[in-house]
Design a binder for this molecule. Structure first.
Ligand code: PIT
Length: 201
């Protein structure tokens, strides 16, 4: 069950490169996997360090193909959506790897924790705090809608702070349930800022 299609098997997509190239590397050739950051139903997210550029820390979401059986399309969709989006408040996909048992999504590292935990820790939460947060989230939601993408699972667990700084920006994560409009009804180029309200069920 090729998740990236025949053409893309054994191929690494690197957003920093203008060209795709065949790569026989495995994720372990490129990154040293470190601490576990979190777990999901079919996946685990690990902290990882680039082997050549040690300053480059990333989060790697490792998805078990066996657990995913029958839901391959949703991972295909998630990768497609993530490749399309580039916004300061959306966790960026860096590159992808695939081996016999797993798919690896190398993501921008965010270390500030979940919104819910931050609100609880803070004790009080002012209208100014909320407006600062909502402004960032709505900016990112407007952008993704302009790209024809609806997240469909926006909740405090999927809103991560970039850093532990008090004034850290917020980042939208987990596009596992997202949908992308491809019919051509909506503009395909990002930046048109149309609201695809009809995509919400
Ligand atoms: C981190 C740290 C962390 C989790 C993530 C990234 C996850 C990001 C993510 C997961 C997705 C997705 C988009 C982003 O579609 O604890 O740097 O499933």
């Amino acid at each position: 069950m090729p998740l990236f299609g025949k053409k893309d098997q054994n191929r690494r997509q690197n957003r920093d490169l203008s060209e795709e190239y065949i790569n026989t590397c495995s994720v372990e050739d490129v990154y040293t996997i470190k601490d576990l950051l979190g777990t999901g139903a079919f996946s685990q997210v690990f902290l990882a360090q680039h082997k050549v550029d040690a300053n480059r820390m990333v989060a790697i979401k490792c998805i078990d193909k066996r657990a995913l059986k029958g839901k391959e399309d949703s991972l295909d969709n998630e990768i497609k959506v993530l490749r399309k989006l580039k916004h300061t408040n959306i966790v960026q996909l860096v590159e992808t790897f695939e081996d016999k048992n797993k798919v690896y999504l190398v993501m921008e590292l965010v270390m500030g924790g979940e919104l819910f935990d931050r609100i609880v820790e803070k004790g009080s939460y002012t209208e100014k705090d909320a407006s600062h947060l909502i402004r960032q989230i709505l900016g990112a939601v407007d952008y993704m809608h302009s790209c024809g993408v609806v997240h469909r699972d926006l909740k405090p667990e999927n809103l991560l702070y970039y850093s532990t700084d008090e004034d850290s920006k917020i980042m939208i994560s987990d596009f596992g349930l997202s949908k992308m409009e491809e019919s051509g009804v909506m503009a395909t180029a990002c930046g048109m800022h149309l609201l695809p309200i009809y995509l919400y069920e």
